[in-house]
Design a protein around this ligand. Sequence first.
Ligand code: HEM
Length: 155
Amino acid sequence: MIDFLVANFNLIRGLHIIFVMAWIAGMLILPRLFVYHMKAAPGSDMDGVFKLAELRTMRIIINPAMILAFAMGLLLVLADSRIRGWSFLLQPWMLTKLAALVFLFGWHGFMSKARKRFAADQNTRSEKFWRMTNELPFVAAIIIVLSVTTKFLNH
Ligand code: HEM
């Protein structure tokens, strides 16, 4: 099994990156939908359109992409345990990535709860809040991508 993963490391890494793109893209678009949703009167046609768009963005893009990115990430961890040894999990670049991942998973859960509140006409956050926090997953993505690609080395 691990031999197979090592042999296909580059393919799995590519799939990992593709699913990560979809996960982050979904988390960047959802707060945009919230911002415009707030301009729609509750019960109006527009309100219904935004509720459906938010539901679909969560169920069709964000959740499946997260599961697949995570699954490919776990396969890469298994392959890396053979390539680098398990100690790679404690190297600074990986610890940095794990810290940013904790944030991303937390943000995912937070957005999921927020979507449910919007669906129940119970949003409590301001438009300013969603505009200001909109870029947080992107900041986490920058930290993750640069820590894995550079591994804090110059070569
Ligand atoms: C969901 C949990 C995740 C796990 C368990 C995970 C795990 C891994 C592992 C073990 C590697 C191989 C590292 C190497 O040997 O170079 C990897 C590669 C990579 N990961 Fe993740 N990852 C996760 C999420 C993410 C996220 C959220 C991002 C971006 C926002 C990301 C971006 C990347 C990139 C760009 C690579 C390729 C790095 C390279 O080869 O230069 N990963 N991931």
